[in-house]
Design a protein around this ligand. Structure first.
Ligand SMILES: C[S@@+](CC[C@H](N)C(=O)[O-])C[C@H]1O[C@@H](n2cnc3c(N)ncnc32)[C@H](O)[C@@H]1O
Length: 273
């Protein structure tokens, strides 16, 4: 086969309906096969792929056509302007979760704090928080050893963080934490969107009790672990804000609610008085 970059980009519609951005995905996969960036790709659009490059591209396009997320095929995902390695043990960090970073930077001054990122996944939140607030002591936890291993690989040498494997706050003994941040699983097992998320680990997505079980556990356990004046910041689903607020108020938190860029209710802070 003698296919040029441009011909292949022109036929990217074949990635529909698995991809809702077929041209971009095709370009990214071409970049991967050719070892070029997107600007180089466009500048050399009449370049013909070698047989080896073409075969590799076909195999990657097939994976994308079958619905595998582009982040797993590439092996990384951007978050807060940085690249995080991901594999099928790790939830792909979402742009929505950058809201939690914004909230932290806006609501918590840089004075020294002890912070836990519960259910760290790729480490996107923990690593970003440590990068933005280098004097904070950051601990990242997850129940999955494979996930924690990936988070460790995403840690930057000059911004060390601590890691602990465990079930939510069971592994934390003292009431000494200033800020707990978590983006826990909160999708109900009956949610039809789960079919589109079949490549990602189910225990990173789904929670019992109509999606609320893990949020409720973290809220309940956090009271024991937070220092006086400490705070709990949670991401939650679009329709869960009233329940999350009730759960927080029931254990004595003063709450503050946040909407995402689409003006959907997606996060809440509980302040301990
Ligand atoms: C929605 S993902 C969030 C990952 C990452 N924090 C992010 O925002 O991209 C939830 C994470 O919680 C972890 N998890 C699930 N159940 C847990 C539990 N009982 N204790 C600790 N972590 C848990 C999963 O392994 C997964 O990494």
């Amino acid at each position: 086969m003698s296919e040029s970059i441009q011909t292949l980009i022109n036929s990217s519609r074949e990635l529909l309906p698995a991809s809702d951005s077929p041209r971009i995905d095709c370009e990214l996969l071409l970049c991967l096969c050719l070892g070029q960036n997107r600007a180089q790709l466009i500048a050399r659009s009449d370049q013909i792929l070698t047989t080896r490059q073409y075969r590799q591209l076909c195999s990657l396009l097939k994976r994308r056509q079958e619905g595998e997320p582009i982040a797993y095929i590439q092996g990384f995902q951007e978050f807060w302007g940085r690249s995080f390695m991901v594999d099928r043990h790790t939830l792909i960090p979402r742009p929505d979760t950058e809201l939690l970073v914004e909230i932290i930077l806006n609501r918590f001054d840089p004075s020294s704090r002890k912070v836990i990122d519960l259910g760290t996944g790729s480490g996107a939140l923990a690593v970003t928080i440590k990068q933005e607030r280098s004097n904070w002591q950051v601990l990242a936890t997850d129940i999955s050893a494979a996930t924690l291993n990936m988070a460790k690989q995403n840690t930057l040498i000059n911004s060390p963080i601590d890691f602990l494997q465990g079930n939510w706050l069971d592994c934390i003994g003292h009431a000494c934490i200033d800020l707990i941040v978590a983006n826990p699983p909160y999708i109900a097992s009956t949610d039809p969107h789960l079919t589109q998320l079949r490549y990602e680990p189910r225990n990173a997505l789904v929670s019992a009790g109509n999606g609320l079980r893990d949020l409720a556990t973290i809220i309940e356990q956090s009271v024991r672990v937070l220092s006086a004046g400490g705070s709990l910041l949670l991401e939650h689903g679009y329709s869960q804000q009233p329940e999350v607020e009730n759960l927080m108020k029931a254990v004595g938190f003063v709450t503050e609610k946040f909407n995402d860029l689409n003006d959907q209710p997606r996060a809440m802070i509980g302040y301990r008085e």
